[in-house]
Structure formats: structure tokens, C-alpha cells
Design a protein around this ligand. Structure first.
Ligand code: GUN
Length: 288
């Protein structure tokens, strides 16, 4: 078997088109949907992600502001900026790019954000509403994964979904959402993590695997039930064995899983573009 490629770029484009339409409508009413993105320090991956987010925002008519603090900035200054953005009626979405440098407490800063502008869904009020199944801004990567599964017409009701990774950004919220009542959900979710025993015994029972462990190519073909759907959230820059001295991007899933799965997201071009698209969707949601 060779798995169908679940095209995240194509699906992200669908969301971009819808967001562009809604941005234009907002602009017609004198509202310019605006996303403020804060970064502390010079984490190279964060710089790339934020550049991609800003470029995508511009294409769909969402204005973005980039606010950068040096690693040794005064935390009070960052807190004050967050509070100013909360108060600014022309800013609809706020994002604090993670991870923060060593010594910085992300939770303290996230707690200060106005939940109505929390386009990442990381504020405790957003998390609480998510867990209770109340309407709220949902975290971008889980939202993107839900959209991909929906557009692939994968019926999750009563199906077994194995989520590998318990991060607050992906694993826990996606596990929570998929186990909730409702269309496109209703799954039986197994949440696996670094202390789980016999991981292959669990994953091989799953109809859908969501790999978000942050470990390059850890999901191998033996761990996957033939015909399962595999969503790869990982992204790692590793030396390219075919081109000495060069690097390539790989996910948490080994490429040979293609031979076993029925459908699979590529890396790059799978979940990554969805995370950017859903961020912009959340921004217009917040602006509306
Ligand atoms: N770091 C890794 N993923 C994300 C994300 O979705 N949002 C933010 N703010 N930081 C991240």
C-alpha cells in the first residue's frame, strides 16, 4: 500500500481564501483585522515561524505587528507591552511565540493576555473552556488537525485515536477535543507520552495516529495498523544522508509508514501550513 498524501498546503489554502473573504468584509466595515506577535530572544525556529505567519497574514489581508524583545529584556517591559496590546482596540489577536528563553516564565505572561485576543488558545480561560466543550478560540495545531481529518472525511465516531505527546500546544488539547461529543469527534482517545510503556502495543490498535512527540521518525511501520491514518505533527532538521553537509526536514513519523498507512500527512507540507492558516482564522474570528 502507498498512503494517500494528505495535502496540508491545499487545505491551508482553502482556509486562507475564506479568511481573505472575511478580512475584506471586516475592512469594508472599517475594521482592519490585526495580529500582534511577540517574540523574546532569537530562537532560530521561532524567527522562521514568525516570518511565515507574517507573510501569510499579509496575503489574506490580516495586518501583523512584530514585537521583538532581546533575551535580556526587562520582564516588566514585556508585561507592560502585553497589557498595552490588551487595551488597544485596533489589535484583535495576540500571540506570544514559544518557547521563551531560559529563565522566562511563559505561563506568567500568557496569564496576562486578554482571553478574547488569545488566538493561540493558550490562556487558562481558553484552556478551561476547551476542556468544558464551550465555544472559545482553539489552539491552532489541534484546530488544523481537526480540519484535515474533517476534509478527508475520516469518521472518528467510536474510532481509536492514539495521540503521542502530551504538550499543552498539541497533544493534550487535540486528545481532549477528539474525545468530546459531536460531529468529527466522539473518538476513543489513547494519550501516550514519554513515560508510556509498550507504545507500539497501543499505537497498533489505532485507526488514527497523531504523532506529536517531538522525536524524529519515532513512529515506524511496525507500530502502525495497516490502513490507519497518520498525522505527523513533528518537524526536525536532520543531516541529509544523500547530500553530505546538507540538512533535510523530517517528522515524527518514519517515511516507510507510507507503505502501511492508508493516508498520511507529509513533512513539510502537512500540519505546518494548517497551523498558520488556523492562526489567521482565529484572528478574524477574534476581530469579528
Ligand atoms: N511554538 C510552537 N508552536 C507554537 C504555536 O502554535 N504558537 C506559539 N505561540 N508558539 C509556538
Amino acid at each position: 500500500m502507498s498512503a494517500k498524501r494528505i495535502d496540508g498546503k491545499l487545505r491551508a489554502q482553502e482556509i486562507h481564501e475564506e479568511v481573505a473573504r472575511r478580512s475584506e468584509e471586516l475592512r469594508g466595515r472599517g475594521i482592519v483585522p490585526t495580529l500582534a506577535m511577540m517574540r523574546v530572544g532569537e530562537d532560530p525556529a521561532s524567527i522562521v515561524y514568525l516570518r511565515k505567519k507574517a507573510e501569510a497574514a499579509e496575503k489574506v489581508g490580516v495586518q501583523s505587528k512584530n514585537i521583538v524583545f532581546p533575551e535580556d529584556a526587562n520582564p516588566e517591559e514585556v508585561r507592560q507591552t502585553m497589557q498595552d496590546l490588551n487595551q488597544d482596540p485596533n489589535v484583535h489577536g495576540i500571540l506570544l511565540q514559544l518557547p521563551l528563553p531560559k529563565g522566562w516564565d511563559a505561563q506568567v505572561l500568557l496569564n496576562l493576555m486578554d482571553p478574547a485576543k488569545d488566538v493561540d488558545g493558550f490562556h487558562p480561560v481558553s484552556v478551561g473552556k476547551l476542556v468544558r466543550g464551550e465555544p472559545t478560540l482553539l489552539p491552532c495545531t489541534p484546530l488544523g488537525i481537526l480540519y484535515l481529518l474533517h476534509r478527508e472525511q475520516i469518521d472518528l465516531s467510536g474510532k481509536v485515536v492514539a495521540v503521542i505527546g502530551r504538550s499543552n500546544i498539541v497533544g493534550r488539547p487535540v486528545a481532549n477535543l477528539l474525545s468530546q461529543k459531536g460531529p468529527g469527534r466522539d473518538a476513543t482517545v489513547i494519550l501516550l507520552h514519554s513515560r508510556s510503556k509498550e507504545i507500539p502495543a497501543w499505537t497498533s490498535q489505532a485507526d488514527v495516529i497523531i504523532a506529536a512527540a517531538g522525536q524524529a521518525q519515532m513512529i515506524t511501520p511496525e507500530m502502525v495498523r495497516p490502513g490507519a491514518v497518520v498525522i505527523d505533527v513533528g518537524i526536525h532538521r536532520v543531516p541529509n544522508p544523500d547530500k553530505p553537509g546538507k540538512f533535510k526536514l523530517v517528522g515524527d513519523v518514519h517515511p516507510d509508514v507510507k507503505e502501511v498507512a492508508s493516508a498520511m500527512t507529509p513533512v513539510p507540507g502537512g500540519v505546518g501550513p494548517m497551523t498558520v492558516a488556523t492562526l489567521l482564522q482565529n484572528t478574524v474570528d477574534a476581530a469579528e
